[in-house]
Ligand binder design. Sequence first.
Ligand code: F6P
Length: 321
Amino acid sequence: MQVKQIGLLTAGGDGPGMNAAIRSVVRCALAQGFKVKGVLRGYDGLIKGEVVNLDHRSVANIINRGGTILKTARSKEIRTPAGLKKAVATIRQHELDALIAIGGDGTYRAANELFTRFHIPIVGLPGTIDNDLVGTDQTVSSNTAINTAIESIDKIRDTAHSMERIFVIEVMGNKSGFIAMQVALASGAEDVIIPEQKFNYAKLYQDMVEGNKKGKLSWMVIAAEGAAKAQDVAKRITQATGLETRYVVLGHVQRGGTPVASDRILATRLGAEAVQLIRKGKFGKAVGVLQNKIHIIDLAKARRRENLNYKENYKLLKILT
Ligand code: F6P
């Protein structure tokens, strides 16, 4: 079947850089003679038939904007057989000959269902702040989220240092400790709690008490949301050491803002590659980069990356602090 029209959607958590990917897909597709339609609100919009035309000008002035102009949602319905069937009906009704789905693990799972069960020609593009997908070293949005978190943590450092306080700072990342580890290394935090490795709380308390005796009064501990709640950690530190501890949950601030250059470039490259795959008739795939080279993987395999080994990074962090 010859593809004439491509449908494009963003699903799951939004992230800065998604718009740059949308722009790249739309303009690369148009340049190759495809028509492009945008599906609003991710798979929920696909189920409900929320489809709009996209042209060259629809994606003007968005390369620098956070979020997604197509809107996004976490669809529960797409996980059901009825939801999938409704999505397929929209695809047929609007003559979407192929689809590009931008998102993370959940987005890929639904895309793979559409591909394997209904033979929908579909390609995935990794867009999540969590950087937790197999088949790519980097997902679009992750670098911006890390930079945003660091900016806030640098500010916390000012007050932590001035008031000689302990701070526990919770960052996002779902079940992955990637953001937390990157942020901890880049912000000079004293410690980091991540899901991928067991954390020695007793040692932390001991270090804090000993440090306190020697005059080291300000500490920053980064907690990945998938490993510990900052509020609980702060409470436990105070109980164990008697030292006053504050906590901050950075939350959704990490998902917004202007995308950094590396996210814009990655989004642009991957958008172009996704269109290439469609042109070549290669479906059921996800685009990514490994060692900065484009890498293509089966959607079925591009699942959540688990149990990464952060021992070396952690060792380095402890040497430095
Ligand atoms: O997947 C991106 C992410 O920001 C995770 O880091 C976080 O756990 C989750 O989404 C939060 O989701 P929501 O915005 O639906 O609360």
